[in-house]
Structure formats: C-alpha cells, structure tokens
Design a protein around this ligand. Structure first.
Ligand code: URA
Length: 257
C-alpha cells in the first residue's frame, strides 16, 4: 500500500468503527469534537488510521486496524494469566488465537465476573494506571452479616499490611451480601478488606468496570464492547472518583451477576 492509499477521510474511519453514519461523523467533526494528534479536526481531513491518535470528546477512538475490545465474564477456577504452568484453564483459552489478546488487570482464581480483554495496549495502560483509579464494583458474599459499624469501617478504609485502603462505596444488599466499589487495584484487595473486618469472602463477583456492566453475559461468554462503552471507559479513566466513603446506596433486592 502506498502512503497515499493509507490515508482515509476521517468521517469514513469514524463511521467504520461505530460512531454512526458518515453524516453523523461529519457532524462530530464540524462540532469540533474530534481531534487528530491533539489538534481539532476539520471536515475534509484525512488520516492514516494505523498511526493517527484520534480522540472523540476527549476519549481515544479505536481506529487502528485490528483492534479488538471484549467484555468477558470469567468463571471461577479460571486463571487470568496467559499461560498457566499447572495447566489450568486460562482466560485467553476462551478466545480465538488471533488476534492475540490479553486481559486488562487480573481477577483471582476463584473470583468471577467482568474482565476487559483486548489487544489495545494504550487502553490497557490507561485502565491499569494506578493514578487513573477506574471504579470496579463487586458483589461479595461474606461469612456472617456485617454490622452497620463494620460497613462504615470498610467504607472509610481499613488497615492492610500494604497500608490503609482508600475510601470505598459499600452497601449491604442482603444478609451476608455486600456491594463494594473500589478504585485501587491492590492484590486481593476485597478479600483482604473483608478478612480484616472479620467477614471472610465466600464468593466474589465483579459486576462493573468503569460504569460498564452486563448482567446477561453468562460465565465463559464474551462480547465486543460498543463504542459507547469505550467512550464511557474513557470518561471513567479521565474523571476522578467523587463521593467515596459517604452515603449508602439504597438496598437493592436482587443478588447475582
Ligand atoms: N479483589 C479481590 O480480592 N480479588 C479479586 O479478584 C479482585 C478484587
């Protein structure tokens, strides 16, 4: 392919990756919502999708050819690393061999629930960067039934061997079931927090990542993230967490992923 052939009209590229019809994408450009390598785009601009950094409303647009972004529901007993020396089932084994993908972050062997799996290094880097603090929500079945005082402790921060945890959102969903939202990514953090307050975890399910959830995705299933979800993730990456350690959320009757 010649250099000239690699360049395509911006609205065509945006439409191809799911931002809407070409007309809709032209409007995005005309409204000044699209940048090319940090400069506001104008209608008529052409780009090389494999090298240009395109942002829409401040969120990185996945225009490079071959990028895939999946939401996976990890079953219990599946390891998050690409290769397991003990021969256990891995997250990667649920996906086609090409393109080569990797999970963003990790869930413990027995933790279930949502994991982003992609070959998009830039997104993975942003999502995992400690300073970005993307919210992750867990449904947690624990031993016993934590008291309001214990829930308050979990919310305000508990002292672990690697330091006090940041304020978290914690609510009681049912007897012995909590919904916990944290934005730190420490190793086994939810399990260690619950251990520390005397209510060891029985079952741990991640139900949301940066505002993205999907109760219809069964364990072992995956689906492609939509552009809207990718935009939401980009928003979650750039916004800081507010209202931590504050008011409880209303009790929600349903328990499940
Ligand atoms: N916290 C944990 O304790 N385990 C996980 O897998 C994820 C969060």
């Amino acid at each position: 392919m010649t250099e000239e052939q690699a360049f395509e009209r911006l609205q065509k590229v945006l439409a191809r990756v799911g931002y809407g019809s070409r007309r809709v994408c032209e409007n995005l450009i005309e409204d000044g919502r699209v940048t090319i390598n940090g400069v506001v785009a104008t209608l008529g601009d052409k780009i090389d999708p494999s090298t240009a950094r395109i942002e829409v409303d401040g969120g990185l647009a996945p225009v490079a050819p071959g990028l895939v972004h999946y939401l996976f529901n990890k079953p219990a007993g599946v390891v998050t690393t690409a290769l397991d020396p003990q021969g256990r089932s891995t997250v990667v084994s649920y996906f086609p061999e090409t393109p080569r993908i990797f999970p963003v972050g990790r869930l413990d062997l027995q933790t279930e629930g949502l994991l982003i799996v992609t070959n998009d290094g830039a997104l993975a880097h942003d999502l995992m960067h400690p300073s970005k603090g993307v919210d992750k929500e867990y449904l947690v079945a624990v031993t016993g039934d934590p008291s309001p005082a214990t829930i308050r402790r979990l919310r305000e921060g508990v002292d672990l061997e690697d330091g006090r945890t940041a304020p978290a959102k914690v609510s009681r969903v049912a007897e012995g079931v909590l919904r916990i939202t944290i934005h730190e990514g420490r190793n086994r953090q939810v399990r260690r927090m619950c251990d520390e307050v005397g209510h060891p975890v029985q079952r741990l399910v991640r139900t949301r990542i940066g505002g993205i959830g999907d109760a219809s995705l069964k364990p072992g299933e995956f689906r492609t993230l939509t552009i809207k979800e990718l935009q939401r993730l980009a928003g979650a990456i750039s916004s800081s967490s507010e209202s931590y350690g504050q008011v409880d959320r209303p009790v929600e009757p349903e328990v499940g992923n």
